[in-house]
Structures are given as structure tokens and as C-alpha cells.
Design a protein around this ligand. Structure first.
Ligand SMILES: [Zn+2]
Length: 220
């Protein structure tokens, strides 16, 4: 099995890529910056989906989402941004069937205003929920979670669920990233191996650090 990218002890993510460290959850800027500011929020533990996290972990994850939203607004001038999680492991799957990497959940955050909902609604059954806080109570199989949030904290959070064995398999193996890249008008960035975005990564880390210095009180 391949090394898990999101298990920090594996050292795939460098220390400077970790933007926020909580007790149970952290936020990082991964390689493959589709756009500058692409972030992932993950638990330290190798858990397969946000729906399997404890309430405390989800609360911490929500705090980080909120902080990233402020960063997007104040740094990139975003009126609205996008969050998504590929809940491939929601039904207990632990290894990606296609690429053989461990499924370690991460909520993706992007300073992009695109309508992923419209693109998904025709393929899957969709359920409106309040946010990640509802995932544990609403789903116990593979899913896709998509949320658009704006600077007035209005949220459009929806869960996409399979409607047949075929769409269940699709949810367990699908990749949202190429779809996001296409909707954002950058289809060539759909696979991070084709577009690692290392310059954007360096810029995102520097800009987040600068923003944090001014806007966030130190924890100690
Ligand atoms: Zn892991």
C-alpha cells in the first residue's frame, strides 16, 4: 500500500505546508494547487470520512473552515468559496480501489465561486443539510459533500448519495477535482500530477502566514 499523504508522521507534507494545527485536526496547503489558496482540512488520525469523526473533531474542523473563509475573503477578495469532501470511505472503504492509496479524509477548501451543485445534481441523489455537523447523523455509506459559503456566512450545503449500486461504485471511485478544474475553466489542472502548482503553493503559504500574523491572535 502507498504511503498516506495525510498521516503527518509519513512526512509527505512538509512542516511549512501545515497552515493550522488543532488538537485533533489540521489544515494544510497540499501540492496540486488548482488555484492558489487550495487547502485541505484533515484529522491527524487516518479516518476514512468526515462522517466518522467525533463531534469534537468536526467542531474543530468547522473553526478552521471559518478561518480559511476569512482568509479567502480578506486576501483574495472572495465573495463566495467552495468546500467539498469526497466521502469515499463513508461506507468503510479504506484503500482507493484505483490508485491504491489509503483513504484519509480531508475536506477541500478553494477560493473559487463555481456551481458544483448544478453539475452533480443530475448524477446523484441530493440532500440539503446544515453542514459538516450533520454528516454523522445523515449518512453511513459513500457520499460526496459540497458546500458553497459566502461572506455573510450563508451556506448551501448538500450531500450527494448513490441511487443505485452503479452510482455507489461511482461515489467510491470518482474524482471531483477534474470536474472542479473544468468548471473553473482550467481543465488542464484536473490532475495534480500534470499541474503540481508549486509556485502557487509557495505563494499560498507565504500569504497565509502574513494574514495570520496580522489577523489571528497567537494560541499561546
Ligand atoms: Zn492517513
Amino acid at each position: 500500500m502507498k504511503r498516506c499523504v495525510f498521516c503527518l508522521e509519513n512526512g509527505v507534507l512538509r512542516a511549512d505546508q501545515i497552515l493550522l494545527r488543532g488538537k485533533r485536526v489540521y489544515a494544510c496547503a497540499p501540492r496540486g494547487q488548482l488555484v492558489e489558496g487550495f487547502a485541505a482540512i484533515a484529522p491527524y488520525a487516518c479516518v476514512g470520512s468526515v462522517s466518522q469523526l467525533s463531534r469534537e473533531s468536526v467542531a474543530e474542523l468547522d473553526e478552521m473552515v471559518e478561518m480559511l473563509g476569512r482568509f479567502y475573503r480578506e486576501t483574495y477578495g472572495c465573495e463566495r468559496w467552495l468546500l467539498y469532501e469526497q466521502g469515499r470511505g463513508g461506507g468503510g472503504l479504506t484503500v482507493d480501489p484505483q490508485d491504491g492509496f489509503p483513504i484519509h479524509t480531508h475536506l477541500c477548501a478553494l477560493p473559487l465561486d463555481i456551481d458544483l451543485h448544478a453539475a452533480l445534481a443530475e448524477r446523484f441523489r441530493s440532500v440539503s443539510i446544515r453542514g459538516t455537523v450533520d454528516l454523522a447523523n445523515t449518512v453511513d455509506g459513500p457520499y460526496l459533500y459540497v458546500e458553497r459559503r459566502d461572506h455573510k456566512d450563508r451556506r448551501d450545503a448538500r450531500l450527494y448519495l448513490p441511487s443505485s449500486p452503479e452510482t455507489r461504485r461511482e461515489l467510491e471511485s470518482s474524482r471531483v477535482r477534474p470536474l472542479v478544474a473544468a468548471l473553473a475553466g482550467m481543465p488542464e489542472r484536473g490532475d495534480w500530477r500534470d499541474y503540481p502548482g508549486d509556485a502557487e503553493l509557495e505563494a499560498a503559504v507565504a500569504r497565509f502566514e502574513a494574514w495570520q500574523r496580522v489577523n489571528v491572535a497567537p494560541r499561546r
